[in-house]
Design a protein around this ligand. Structure first.
Ligand SMILES: [Zn+2]
Length: 212
């Protein structure tokens, strides 16, 4: 998979569109005992999104990732931090589309499917800055949307987590905005999901966010 390619996430406009995942609602394939709880306040976390493996994302050996975040304490759990345990990227090796009961959560976002735009070569966008004098802010603005892969568009400087199990930066898998869903990460905030490619455990992926 080309690391420069990114796939913008969109609501499907026609029924034939390939579904790559979902925002909101009740997640599929998460049994009650697997439902993540906040390590800070112990409340069951709120479900944000599920993305399935496919040509649109390099999930390595996993079949699906599911994103959760703690909304139980109005931010006191520091749910923007990748290390605190107030958010969770749940990686599963087998895709299970069954619906299981889960605990009640303080918030449920409306569920809808996601598809992607064709691959965008972000290297071409950045070459436009280097060679054609396109302002950097304008080029980054073109990448400031919900997407899989490519590079992160930071609101407040580069927060790329470093590998814990090896060395070097983690790889961006997904970038979320508040455009498609008003995720409670402050309006205009952005969330980022990274994976530690040196870690083959189910705890290899991390979420963090920056407020607007
Ligand atoms: Zn919490």
């Amino acid at each position: 998979m080309n690391p420069w390619h990114s796939y913008q996430l969109k609501k499907p406009l026609n029924p034939e569109a390939t579904v790559v995942g979902w925002y909101g609602g009740h997640p599929r394939g998460i049994r009650a005992h697997q439902w993540p709880r906040c390590r800070v306040c112990n409340a069951p976390m709120c479900h944000m999104a599920q993305i399935d493996a496919g040509e649109w994302i390099d999930l390595q050996d996993w079949a699906r990732m599911s994103l959760f975040i703690c909304h139980a304490t109005g931010g006191r759990c520091e749910d923007w931090d990748p290390w605190k345990g107030a958010n969770r990227v749940l990686l599963q090796r087998v895709r299970d589309d069954s619906l299981y009961d889960g605990p009640p959560t303080v918030r449920v976002y409306r569920r809808f499917p996601l598809t992607t735009a064709p691959a965008l070569d972000e290297r071409q966008v950045m070459l436009g800055v280097k060679e054609d004098g396109i302002p950097l802010a304008e080029a980054l603005g073109e990448l400031r949307h919900d997407k899989l892969g490519g590079g992160a568009v930071w609101l407040h400087g580069d927060d790329t987590p470093q590998s814990v199990k090896g060395s070097g930066p983690m790889r961006l898998m997904m970038q979320l905005t508040t455009d498609l869903v008003a995720f409670d990460i402050t309006a205009g905030g952005m969330a980022y999901v990274f994976i530690d490619s040196n870690d083959d455990s189910d705890d290899a992926a991390f979420l963090l966010w920056q407020g607007a």
